[in-house]
Design a protein around this ligand. Sequence first.
Ligand code: SF4
Length: 99
Amino acid sequence: MATMISEDCISCGACEGECPNDAISLGEGIFVIDPDLCSECVGLYDTQKCAEVCPVECCIPDPERRESEEVLFERARRIHAERDTVLELGAATSHFRAA
Ligand code: SF4
């Protein structure tokens, strides 16, 4: 599922620069994640970078958007198609496979 930012967001902005997909922006008072750009960091990291840095733990799984590793990886491939990003599926690059 894509990650979402809950109403607990304190608008600190810590997450925005961490997203490898540029999926995070400032919305009306709180930061928001574009679900069409969120790949749960699959292909790049074994954790969701926004959730990792959030001081109030408000970057959470969106129950309305449950998605498979395959779907998320394909999204990451599309987003990074014109960048020199190396995308891989493995324990270090997918939270689905992390120990
Ligand atoms: Fe960006 Fe990863 Fe957070 Fe999704 S989970 S918004 S790709 S940092």
